[in-house]
Design a protein around this ligand. Sequence first.
Ligand code: FES
Length: 87
Amino acid sequence: MEKIKVKICCGTSCFVMGASQIQILEIDPPADIKDKIEIEESRCMEHCHTNVSKYNRGPFVEVNGEVIEEANFEKVVNKIREILNKD
Ligand code: FES
């Protein structure tokens, strides 16, 4: 099975809004998703500039290309589990 691609934005804006908390996924992922994800970090995915919202809704994470706004550890893990449960 192909791994789920998780792209965490670690640009300044996302970082100050909490991306570091999401980076824990790289060090200590929950056991059930550990071997099923591939993590990549990005400097700035441009969502902080191009987002239609008036406010920056970072930190941003992409899971298999789907953008998660105001991401946090729990939201990202839930999205990964949702995808795993579909397959
Ligand atoms: S800093 Fe994260 S999208 Fe720009």
